[in-house]
Design a protein. Structure first.
Length: 507
């Protein structure tokens, strides 16, 4: 698809601006009777507001592009501190060294180093000589070397699907570029039966192949993020070619009806890989965050948080104002700019501590939480940390529990993005699975033999509306889900949640 430069700029500017149990609602820590929440979204209002903002963006775009061509910047440093690693390379988040700032920093650096090795150096990453487009060719050549052989493997995966769909025998020896688990996974995904045990074993291949799968929501997000980075002067204008490539790939899906909650994965077509393969699910930009002083707000009352937790029969804390203003701004910047959103989900995408969701602000936050909540977090290992970014209109995460002792969730996007202040947060049900429960039954997003909605139907629940910088802390074994949310269109308005999991759950 041929797109003129003016059309491309208009499109990018538009992306940034339009794109039976008793319940209790919490606001600022106080419990009140819940009321029915009704969305009052207006498509016409959004369209007019979006066009107005797009016109404003276009008025300045010429100056921005001139500034982009002339700008230079020093490459950001890696995470400060020691570079040694700890624990197993494939499971850095389970390392006990997360108990110290130095250890946690090393674990995060290990994940970042592995991400760079697999997904390429970011444009402003360590070793990048300069910012301007004069070095673009060398950067692209480096990506081509990293991706060597990927297109051949993609052709092989499609060959397995085609053979399986035609009823042909799919002996792994026919596909030397793939291992047996990868062949079995593609046979299963084609709709052919491979047996329960073979299906279970084939799932081990999914992490190796996930970067070759796409969804409409991830493609749209990645295109929005690239447009945002160029328009904000974080990437030089030569990256417009990749925005144009994304448009050509998703042009047809975007013109079709798009249900944000049934966003099926699809194996990337070889022809599409030739357009976006060098940047799809790769590390393109990694911002250097400023020093923030304290991560936790000076006015955050740790004593009140501890009192709330211990006075609640199920250990639930809801408080506003967790982060200091500088820390909040820094983490919001990171979620907007860092191209670390590699995990495909239904209705949202994920970024993980083992795959580049790493910076010194979160290191500092964890340590200040340990000091401020010694009897709640104290010496508990940080088992995992992630961020999720949601499609506008998606339902988010279904009912589940997490594999830890204590959940800590907070939100960073400004309240102005949320079109309904009575919702948009999460629902916590005051009910836990039976002792010794199987995590796969109560955490899987797929169908299980337990009807979780029926399981919590008679249980009280707490509906917690969305607020920027609100923290929700509770026992990880409490069933919880994302509440309905109605956020404004536009890349900067996407709902973002950050989760920290502390403590190893006893089996």
């Amino acid at each position: 698809m041929v797109v003129s430069r003016l059309t491309l700029i208009v499109f990018a500017a538009l992306l940034l601006s339009t794109s039976g149990a008793k319940k209790t609602k919490i606001s600022k820590g106080a419990a009140k009777p819940n009321e029915t929440v009704t969305s009052n979204s207006s498509a016409e209002r959004d369209r007019v507001a979006g066009l107005s903002e797009a016109v404003a963006a276009l008025a300045a775009v010429g100056q921005e592009l001139n500034a982009l061509q002339a700008a230079t910047a020093a490459p950001p440093a890696a995470l400060a501190g020691p570079s040694e690693v700890c624990g197993l390379a494939d499971s850095p988040h389970a390392c006990a060294r997360t108990l110290t700032a130095e250890g946690l920093r090393a674990v995060l650096q290990q994940g970042l180093d592995a991400t760079v090795a697999k997904r390429g150096r970011p444009w402003l990453g360590p070793g990048t000589p300069a910012w301007d487009c004069g070095h673009f060719g060398a950067w692209v050549s480096e990506r081509r070397q990293l991706a060597n052989g990927t297109l051949d493997r993609l052709h092989a995966l499609h060959a397995v699907v085609q053979a399986a769909s035609s009823g042909e025998a799919c002996d792994p020896e026919r596909f030397p570029l793939l291992d047996a688990e990868e062949v079995a996974l593609m046979i299963h995904l084609s709709g052919s039966s491979i047996g329960a045990e073979a299906q279970r074993q084939s799932l081990s291949a999914l992490p190796r192949l996930q970067d070759l799968f796409v969804s409409v929501s991830k493609l749209a997000h990645d295109m929005e993020q690239l447009s945002y980075l160029v328009l904000k002067g974080k990437l030089p204008h030569c990256f417009w070619r990749f925005v144009k490539a994304y448009i050509s790939v998703i042009d047809t899906p975007l013109n079709a009806p798009f249900d944000a909650n049934t966003d099926d994965w699809a194996l990337l077509q070889p022809s599409d890989w030739e357009h976006i393969g060098l940047v799809y699910s790769t590390l393109i930009y990694f911002p250097a965050l400023p020093a923030v002083g304290r991560a936790v707000n000076d006015n955050f009352d740790f004593s009140l948080a501890r009192q709330q937790y211990h006075s609640s029969s199920h250990g639930l804390v809801v408080m506003d104002g967790l982060l200091s203003p500088k820390a909040l701004d820094a983490l919001l910047q990171f979620t907007l700019e860092a191209t670390v959103w590699f995990e495909l989900k239904t209705g949202y995408i994920g970024a993980y501590m083992s795959q580049g969701f790493a910076n010194d602000v979160v290191v500092q936050l964890v340590q200040e939480l340990r000091i401020g909540l010694p009897d709640l977090i104290g010496d508990l290992e940080l088992m995992h940390m992630w961020a999720f970014k949601y499609n506008q209109g998606s339902k988010g995460i279904k009912l589940h529990v997490d594999d830890a002792l204590l959940n800590l969730n907070f939100w960073v996007v400004p309240d102005t993005a949320n079109k309904n202040s009575s919702s948009g947060g999460m629902i916590v049900y005051l009910k836990e699975p039976p002792t010794g429960f199987d995590l796969r039954t109560y955490n899987s997003q797929r169908e299980t033999n337990v009807d979780l909605d029926a399981f919590v139907a008679s249980s009280p629940s707490i509906v917690i509306p969305y607020r920027q910088n609100r923290v929700v802390m509770f026992k990880s074994s409490l069933l919880h889900a994302t509440d309905e949310h109605d956020f404004a269109p536009g890349y900067e308005n996407r709902r973002v949640s950050i989760t920290l999991l502390f403590g190893k759950r006893s089996r």
